[in-house]
Design a protein around this ligand. Sequence first.
Ligand SMILES: [Fe+2]
Length: 330
Amino acid sequence: MATTEAVGRISEAGEPGELGYRSFRVGEFSFTRDEYFVYLHWPTGRHVASADAFLRALQRDVAWDFFYGIVNFDQVFGTMNHYGTVDVFAGRFNEAYRRAELDHMETLETPAIRAIFTEMLSDWTNEGFDPFASPEETGSAFGPKHGDNDAAVTRRRVLAKRMVSVPGDEELRTDDNGHPVNRMFADVAQDEPELHPEPGFEDRICGFNLFAYLSRSPVTWNPSVVAVCKDSLYCPTTEEYILPIIHGNDRVEWFVQLSDEITWEVEDRDSGAKRAKVIMRAGDVAAMPADIRHQGYSPKRSMLLVWENASPEIPALLRAGKLSNAPVAF
Ligand SMILES: [Fe+2]
């Protein structure tokens, strides 16, 4: 395997080229883009990706701060999070590249790779293209460089001051404050639950309609934490079109399909070999094992609840064989 492992590798941005885009360097990787494509070079290989798909993946990698485990942009390129350092790799989780010894990896401190990826995302995203939006709801990623969309690529999650619906929460769920119901959720009822608290508890017993809340989400494939109990995180999200990354798990993940339908392509995390196709319809629950990678296809905007165990111990316990890759043995 052709691997360079060195923490603190040089990363830098170059001058704008003929089409207005800057080039970038991360250790021995170089990144350039033209009107349609992104080009990656490393000492033993090269790769090309469509600019729109690359930017959608890059947007998640940056916004999720490299997420849990592996963010594969596609079958070749991606990042692996070690929570402090990040591996940037090509072909590392692709059996053919490994066999041909064309794979390559650079390890960087998280702030260094975060900074260069953030710059790349800003420079390569044109005015009118929002990598977080569904393709139907945004403009084109292509052409020579024109403007930017920093407002979209640096958007921050809307944060509730208190639990949603508790007095003092910011009433984020209305048309008035710029959160209209998405076109595909026009049929989602907007009524709120009826509450009958005992006298004296009126401001402490609260509830809200999660479906109505999610129907107003302006982004796709972007789980948000809505409930925390120790390491247990409930992360609902709305999905449309294709998950822009192939997520390589480093722990078991539970999926609860809240509405509509998603088809999941499930592959072996390390080789990319196909393992399963999982079709989830409203009400279905699945546990994605810790040794797979997966990509979802949602033909209509749908609601998905992702349930994560965020314990930092889990990857090491799995590596040591002290935990099973599957949460349930049948
Ligand atoms: Fe996952």
